[in-house]
Design a protein around this ligand. Sequence first.
Ligand SMILES: C[S@@+](CC[C@H](N)C(=O)[O-])C[C@H]1O[C@@H](n2cnc3c(N)ncnc32)[C@H](O)[C@@H]1O
Length: 339
Amino acid sequence: MEQSQVEIIPVDGEGTFWDDRPILLAGLRETPPRVPGYFGYDAVGSCLFESITKLPGYYLTRVEYGLLQRHAEEIADLIKCRRIAELGSGSAKKTRVLLAACVKRRATTYLPVDVSREMLATSAHELTAELPGLRVQGLWGRYEAGLARLRDNEPEPVVVAVLGSNLGNTTPEERDALLSKIADTLRPGDGFLVSTDLQKPAEVFEACYNDPLDRSAFARFRLNHLTHLNRRFGADFALEYFYPRAHYDSATTAVQAHLHATEDQTVALRKLGLELVLRRGDSLNVGLAYKFHRPQFVADVSARGFELSAQWIDAEWQYGIFLFVRSAQSRRPLPRCRK
Ligand SMILES: C[S@@+](CC[C@H](N)C(=O)[O-])C[C@H]1O[C@@H](n2cnc3c(N)ncnc32)[C@H](O)[C@@H]1O
């Protein structure tokens, strides 16, 4: 019988990672309280994110897809190696353009890392059905656990991809730690392929990250964070007492997605032993999307032990894909990622 081309490997505590109480507690104790990004991606959340990518104003997916369509062949030539890992792969709909170019050149193993098991399994099967010659080893868990698995694995060269501007969904501290972990995982000559959304006027971001009048994709995605916390942590958030709104904060250069309380309320999260007291108008942060200044971004990544090898920028939308190579010198100790 032909060997299956798809494997899904739990790499993060056999799935107990959803009960990651200290990380959630620390986020909820910030001002305003913050739900760390990956808590939005249960099975429902992952599907809701897919509907966001189809909103007419959500330019990120469309622009990145266009860049990949135009440049996948060139990227595949530059990448050269047989293993491509991706942190936060989601549906991998855009990545498949690049993978198609890679399998034309060489047998390729794709190692997507994602907390959403359902999305990981679905995308893995779709990809291998569409791209003969592709093997998929889905690493189910958080980024850090996926990277640890790559490091423990065979010494074959690898490219780590972080697409969809995912790196911008982390706080500067999380980004610092993640970039360092990627650098420590890779060997000299390995690749780091990363896409980011770049600075532009606030009104462009606010139109992109809020629902148009006739849709509710962002609203459902953001409120689903509360449904998820109710289910996993015995919380009693009443969804009807919150309304979602995203704004661009020029001080932090991040789009901040908030759920605003419409009433005074006390929410109990039983399994965390926590009570959140919210006044009308208070907000919970359920999403961050940092926007970067291109030279600063390149400098921040380079300082962590990488050299820029190539970049593809959509001039109209100011969105970029960057290919770095892990350099031979160890990285210099640096101040944290600038905001
Ligand atoms: C914004 S979506 C982007 C998906 C895809 N890269 C794209 O461009 O359409 C973020 C994805 O990263 C995953 N994710 C977020 N934080 C994660 C973490 N800390 N560890 C593993 N996966 C994570 C989510 O489950 C989700 O599939």
